[in-house]
Design a protein around this ligand. Structure first.
Ligand code: 5AD
Ligand code: SF4
Length: 443
């Protein structure tokens, strides 16, 4: 038995939705009177985990081991809670394997304080329920956030790509109600946010659930949020190509606060592999879709996710991925080696691609994506754009912010976190830019 914790630390892994969940868990514990502190000093450490690839999952177990070892060295024995998608997928298995105190899934973390109290009373504390009533209504209000804040509007996935665990760990697609989202967005702006990124595993599948003829979509939500005074920038991620409606595309053409950036994963450039992945769109559908987005917003920065080495991927399939990358010219992108996940259909597919071939393909893909990112950054030099200052840079007097195209921009001068400034981009490095501030737009 461990005493009821007075201090806590939340460590989030994986996607931005986990970052958001981690913030909300921290707010929840602060509302109970607990104090946030460094991992090495906390009575309770919450590991908010990711299950998307095997390496991410194994990392949780090594992290638990390291945490314990470091704590023991200084005579401590913190309570450990495992939250997030590994908690959902492995449940009691984690308690058996790593002897943690609390296990709580992504749809049940509003119960975290109760579970911690249970653990302190020496009882098993595990909750991986996916209740119909949403956790969101049971979380404390947002109070203090940075200039760029996340807001989860949609969770779960019904797409069942054959490699992916998300439909199992995060459950079916659900959308939060319109009014609750607008209320939270206003609270975030009052708490210091100038930019909000709407989050969802399939964020562009957001709907208010009404009958088809008067159903509202993500673009309606964006148009409403655009009217909130003090909210200068809206972003959204992650989108699925099949949910990219004309309404959303049009919003990119005429909603000024909607930033010219679109993260639209394609995974592979080979229609044959896309079919095996159950992506329900082909290569050409994707390219045509991007043409339509570019028609309304020619300067849009595109981003994507790629998987190399999906079972049966031939060198021709991979060449198709490289040629798609060439055709699109991504501003940035994420790429991964395929990782078989227990319980997914692809895990049972034969014709696995050898590890060495995967390594080679990943390297070639990352070289192409890196080259395109650099080209995009170079092409931005000379542009004048807004930059939202988010944090100090490494050099004295330097501040770091984001361009509308989500590039990191360094500027010098006396600027405060949260300032929106007009910047002339003057130089480009491989992953960031430098700029000269021309004027302050909003403080
Ligand atoms: N193996 C490798 N990458 C994966 N992703 C999802 N599942 C897997 C897997 N089993 C990648 C996809 C997705 C991103 C979040 O993670 O590219 O878009
Ligand atoms: Fe996973 Fe596919 Fe759903 Fe994305 S769309 S979360 S890759 S199943």
């Amino acid at each position: 038995m461990k005493p009821a914790p007075k201090t806590f630390h939340v460590k989030s892994f994986g996607c931005q939705m986990n970052v958001y969940d981690g913030e909300r868990m921290a707010e929840l514990m602060a509302a109970q009177g607990m104090i946030a502190t460094a991992a090495g000093e906390a009575d309770l450490v919450v590991l908010n985990t990711c299950h998307i690839r095997e390496r991410a999952t194994e990392k949780v177990y090594s992290d638990i081991g390291r945490l314990r070892k470091d704590a023991r060295k200084v005579g401590r024995d913190p309570m450990i809670a495992v939250a997030g998608c590994v908690a959902q997928a492995e449940g009691a298995e984690i308690v058996a394997r790593a002897k943690v105190d609390v296990v709580v899934g992504p749809q049940a973390y509003h119960n975290l304080p109760g579970l911690v109290a249970q653990a302190a009373a020496g009882q098993a504390a595990l909750d991986t329920d996916m209740p119909l009533a949403s956790k969101f209504g049971r979380l404390p209000a947002r109070r203090r956030v940075g200039p760029s804040a996340f807001l989860t509007v949609q969770e779960g996935c019904d797409k069942f790509c054959t490699y992916c665990v998300v439909p199992y760990t995060r459950g079916a697609e659900i959308s939060r109600p319109f009014a609750a989202i607008v209320d939270e967005a206003r609270a975030l702006v009052d708490a210091g946010a100038r930019e909000i990124t709407l989050l969802g595993q399939n964020v562009n599948a957001w709907t208010d659930g009404a009958e088809e003829h008067n159903r509202r979509g993500l673009h309606d939500l964006i148009r409403d949020l655009d009217r909130i005074p003090g909210l200068s920038r809206i972003r959204y991620t992650t989108s699925h190509p099949n949910d990219m409606t004309q309404g959303l595309i049009d919003a990119h053409g005429d909603v000024e606060s909607l930033m010219p950036f679109l993260h639209l994963p394609v995974q592979s450039g080979s229609t044959r592999i896309l079919k095996a992945m159950n992506r329900s769109h082909g290569r050409d559908d994707y390219l045509r879709l991007l043409d339509r987005v570019r028609a309304v917003r020619p300067d849009i920065a595109l981003s994507g996710d790629f998987i190399v080495g999906f079972p049966r991927e031939t060198s021709d399939d991979f060449a198709d991925t490289l040629s798609l990358v060439d055709a699109v010219g991504y501003a940035q992108a994420f790429s991964f080696k395929y990782s078989p996940r227990p319980g997914t259909p692809a895990a049972d597919m034969d014709d696995e691609v050898p590890e060495a071939v995967m390594d080679e393909r990943l390297q070639a893909l990352q070289a192409a994506l890196g080259r395109d990112q650099q080209a995009f950054n170079r092409a931005s030099v000379g542009r004048t754009c807004t930059v939202l200052i988010e944090r100090p840079g490494k050099l004295p007097g330097q501040m770091l912010g984001k361009s509308p195209w989500l590039q990191s921009v360094h500027v010098m001068g006396d600027h405060t976190i949260g300032d929106l400034v007009e910047v002339e981009l003057t130089a480009a490095g491989p992953v960031s830019l430098s700029g000269r501030v021309r004027r302050l737009l909003a403080a």
